[in-house]
Design a protein. Structure first.
Length: 633
């Protein structure tokens, strides 16, 4: 009975294999069945032949035809030593249709391959992507037989595209990307051929200047990337012919100044009335005049990070949500005037030279009632006046102050966080704070990062009435906490607490913290090791009886027994690892409370923006370039 089932199973497996690999019909053995052998044979044969016959009827795919042509071209060029075709055809699974990718060969062969395409199939190809090919000059015939809507030529040394090249795709091409090439200028005649162009990427080329003329023929372009060129001069009114532009990237250039509009005189950004995103980061801008951006009523996102700004005045950008001024040379907030920015929600001043935050420094930001994120990390702030945050106290939710020189959370007994009535998250890692006193934290606080400071003392009521979900106190100088300090934290809200890397000392009768940790944290984590005596119950170890004399042979036997048990343990450990299981798994329902996850601490500006080029203190999740000081050695 068992044998029959076994055979039945093998047969059905074989049948499946055969069905799958149409080409290897001969490999399929038929296993004789005691029952209706012939019937199964017929069924099998049928199931094998059906797909075969079907595939004979359907014609080869468009991609197959292309591939065949590519191969033919390569055969013609056999002598020139190209064993493979430079181009391949891909059928995108995302529903974008066919696309052709060419790489690794000199351009003439790429051109020849593309020119030889079967005429009637061209419209099926949506994208043409050429990379790492050496193409100094793109010839006029390049797009003669292909009419993609998206063309990308990158890292191919392109310095010139002949006029007329785009005529065949005049009404089809919507995306043109030429990143990492050698283009020195933008030829307006060439671009005037593209009637439907929406996205243009000329980043990482050699462009050095923009004139009104050079961008005069891109009337439908909505996204323009000119980042990482060497642009040092932008003629006034250069963008006046791009009324639909929504995103403009000029980061990583050598722009030194942005001119303003004086009455009817033109200005750098005149006419960009639909612009939503402007990236001017990594330039050499020292000053921006009032009104420089005043046409941009739709501007939501302005990145002025990594420039040389020491002062700035912005007015009336009614849509601006995010303003980045990180890594500039701002040494006093009174030189920054940000007024009537009613939509502003994120402001980064990371990596400047601020030393104090004084009483009226944020006064003008009271006209930004939506400001929730403020980042002032990596400055040199040692003084914060107790009233400094008052003007933004009713909106701010996230405050980043890590890597400064703060020594205390209050000044003259007045806590400077007190005005921040909505504050949920404060990052104070990497300062020199040595004490956490009662009433220094706003009640709204949920996330407190005080790691990598110099904390020696925490008052017993410091966390009272708080509903913290994340608390980082690791890498401080704490040696003891008064009993009850963590009582407010035992609520359900607590998710993460990290008290590792301190100088914990355990006095008998004062071991509550160790007990608290054991109750409240999962034991299956590395932290006990780093918490020193907190993880051992030293006070409960009974005193050993010292009178008893051990004779030599008892010691010997004990030694042998110990060795044997070590061996057994090793074997068990080995078996355990062989199992391939994680050493210990977490109990399913136990909240994972004690491990400090770096990303919990490092997040600066809310996640919604985290992918952007953003404030440099903003830490990318898998970022290898972590610039903040508070990760463990
Ligand atoms: C800050 O700006 C300097 C130049 O001013 C640059 O070298 C440095 O890389 C920038 N730092 C960051 C983190 O962007
Ligand atoms: C930070 O500010 C203090 C004065 O508050 C000054 O002595 C120190 O040199 C500054 N450090 C840096 C790196 O600018
Ligand atoms: C614990 O949190 C709940 C809400 O999640 C709250 O109602 C309760 O009062 C809290 N208990 C303590 C002891 O704080």
């Amino acid at each position: 009975m068992d044998e029959r089932r076994e055979r039945e199973r093998e047969r059905s497996k074989l049948a499946n294999d055969c069905k799958l690999s149409i080409g290897v019909v001969n490999n399929c053995r038929i296993i004789p069945s005691p029952l209706n052998e012939s019937m199964i044979f017929i069924l099998l044969l049928f199931s094998l032949l059906l797909p075969l016959s079907l595939s004979a009827v359907t014609e080869p795919s468009v991609c197959d035809q292309f591939e065949k042509e590519f191969k033919r071209i390569v055969d013609q060029h056999k002598d020139s030593g190209f064993p493979n075709s430079p181009c391949r055809c891909f059928d995108s699974e995302k529903g974008d249709g066919l696309w052709i990718g060419c790489t690794g060969k000199s351009m003439p062969l790429v051109f020849d391959s593309l020119k030889a395409m079967p005429e009637d199939k061209h419209t099926d190809v949506n994208k043409l992507h050429v990379w790492d090919s050496s193409a100094n000059i793109v010839p006029k015939e390049f797009l003669q037989s292909f009419h993609p809507s998206s063309l990308i030529i990158e890292r191919s040394g392109v310095s010139l595209i002949r006029q007329g090249t785009f005529l065949p795709v005049a009404f089809r091409l919507r995306t043109l990307a030429l990143p990492v090439n050698q283009m020195k200028e933008i030829d307006p005649v060439l671009f005037s051929e593209l009637q439907r162009l929406e996205k243009l990427d000329l980043s990482r080329n050699k462009l050095s200047a923009l004139t009104q003329y050079s961008l005069s023929t891109m009337k439908d372009v909505t996204e323009l990337n000119l980042g990482d060129n060497v642009i040092s001069s932008i003629e006034d009114s250069s963008f006046v012919f791009l009324p639909k532009l929504r995103k403009l990237i000029l980061g990583g250039n050598k722009i030194a100044s942005i001119t303003k509009r004086v009455y009817l005189l033109p200005a750098t950004f005149k006419g960009l009335s639909n612009l939503e995103e402007l990236d001017l980061s990594r330039n050499e801008i020292r000053s921006i005049d009032l009104d420089a951006f005043s046409d941009m009523k739709q501007l939501k996102w302005l990145d002025l990070g990594t420039n040389r700004l020491s002062a700035l005045e912005l007015r009336g950008l009614t849509s601006l949500q995010r303003l980045l001024l990180n890594n500039n040379s701002i040494d006093a907030l009174k030189k920054i005037s940000l007024r009537d920015l009613p939509a502003l929600n994120t402001l980064s001043l990371d990596r400047n030279m601020l030393t104090t935050l004084k009483e009226n420094d944020f006064f003008e930001l009271s006209t930004s009632p939506l400001l929730t994120n403020l980042a002032i990390a990596a400055n040199n702030i040692s003084y914060i006046s107790p009233g400094a945050f008052e003007p933004i106290g009713s909106s701010l939710k996230v405050l980043s102050l890590q890597n400064n020189e703060l020594k205390s959370l209050s000044l003259n007994g007045r806590p400077w966080m007190a005005p921040l009535r909505k504050l949920e998250r404060v990052l104070l890692s990497g300062n020199s704070i040595n004490m956490l006193k009662d009433n220094e934290l706003p009640y709204s606080l949920k996330h407190l990062a005080l790691d990598h400071n110099k904390l020696q003392k925490i008052d017993v009521a410091a966390f009272e009435a708080l509903r913290l979900s994340h608390l980082y106190l690791n890498n401080n100088h704490l040696h003891h906490l008064p009993k009850g300090t963590f009582d407010p934290l035992t609520n359900d809200t607590l998710q993460v607490i990290d008290i590792s890397f301190n100088d914990w000392q355990c006095l008998c009768g004062e071991e509550w913290l160790g007990d608290w940790l054991r109750e409240n944290s999962d034991k299956d984590i590395a932290i006990p090791r780093k918490n020193g005596c907190l993880s051992s119950k030293s006070c409960e170890v009974p005193e050993a009886k010292d009178d008893e004399e051990h004779s030599a042979w008892i010691t010997c036997i004990a030694g042998i027994l110990a060795a044997v048990s070590v061996l057994i343990l090793l074997v068990i450990a080995w078996l355990f690892m062989e199992e391939g299981k994680p050493p210990r798994s977490l109990p399913p329902n136990k909240a994972y409370k004690a491990r400090g996850v770096d990303s919990d601490r490092l997040r600066l500006i809310n996640a919604e923006h985290a992918s952007a080029t953003a404030g440099d203190e903003l830490v990318k999740r898998n970022g290898s370039t972590r610039k903040v000081r508070f990760d463990e050695k």
